[in-house]
Design a protein around this ligand. Structure first.
Ligand SMILES: Cc1cc2nc3c(=O)[nH]c(=O)nc-3n(C[C@H](O)[C@H](O)[C@H](O)COP(=O)(O)OP(=O)(O)OC[C@H]3O[C@@H](n4cnc5c(N)ncnc54)[C@H](O)[C@@H]3O)c2cc1C
Ligand code: FES
Length: 222
């Protein structure tokens, strides 16, 4: 984990979302599913963001502008400074035999880097509509379903599922595939275990998702 002030390279529109690209500097991109705390200008607390892509010399984050922090991040311009802390948490285990990437909405954010690190894998992505689904182009060959169809209607047995998406989607995937690896979300203030803001019950105990997770096996989280 490293704290660094880096320069913004650009912010590219990707349908409803934005891809924020920053210089990598000395930052380690980490493992797919790990996250970084990004400090939006004018906000007290940093915001957790999964690493989406790690092109040469850069780190890129796919951001859904849902509130003041994320809107400030997507309003950054090339040359602006950004404080970044990471990589943080536990990512996906890559030693699986038949990986299937499953993503819903902005939950696809960690999947492009996961796809690259696996050397390619089939992907099944669900979105609200075609505008949101433009982000699927970040994962070559991905199969896309739009609501009212859900990704869980298309999952067949026999895959090692690595998934990220809204909680109801993750719960449904966990029921179908107890061995799935699932990337969960919780509000996070520090990102490294100090504030307990992200504590969730896991196997009957309160655990900090930023330290134990965000990626957990489905059977751990159930
Ligand atoms: C490990 C991790 C990785 C993440 N990766 C990404 C990513 O790659 N791209 C991305 O766009 N977002 C990601 N998020 C979610 C992102 O951090 C939040 O959307 C952001 O912090 C909201 O900040 P805000 O100030 O814009 O909005 P706020 O005003 O803080 O929130 C806007 C709305 O979103 C809800 N919300 C905020 N944070 C969360 C959360 N963590 N879980 C569920 N609901 C929340 C709020 O209750 C509110 O309704 C991630 C979250 C975690 C925990
Ligand atoms: S975010 Fe502070 S303990 Fe997890």
């Amino acid at each position: 984990m490293q704290r660094s002030r880096v320069s913004v390279r650009g912010v590219d529109a990707v349908g409803r979302y934005a891809l924020l690209r920053v210089e990598r500097g000395g930052l380690d991109p980490g493992e797919p599913g790990q996250f970084f705390m990004l400090s939006p200008p004018g906000r007290v607390l940093p915001r957790p963001m999964s690493l989406c892509l790690a092109p040469a010399g850069e780190l890129a984050f796919l951001i859904d502008p849902v509130g003041p922090g994320t809107r400030a991040l997507v309003a950054l311009r090339a040359g602006d400074d950004l404080d970044v802390l990471g990589p943080l948490g536990h990512g996906f285990r890559l030693d699986v035999e038949r990986p299937l990437l499953v993503g819903g909405g902005i939950g696809i954010a960690p999947l492009p880097y996961l796809f690259e690190r696996l050397g390619g894998a089939p992907a099944l992505l669900g979105f609200r509509n075609a505008h949101f689904a433009e982000a699927a182009r970040l994962i070559p060959g991905a199969e896309v379903v739009l609501e009212p169809t859900y990704v869980t209607e298309r999952i067949e047995p026999g895959w090692d599922i690595l998934a990220c998406g809204p909680e109801p989607m993750l719960q449904a995937v966990a029921e179908l595939a107890p061995s799935a690896q699932l990337a969960w979300e919780a509000p996070m203030a520090c990102g490294y275990g100090a504030c307990y803001g992200c504590a969730v019950p896991i196997r009957g105990e309160l655990k900090r998702l930023c330290v134990e997770g965000p990626v957990l096996h489905a059977r751990e989280a159930a």
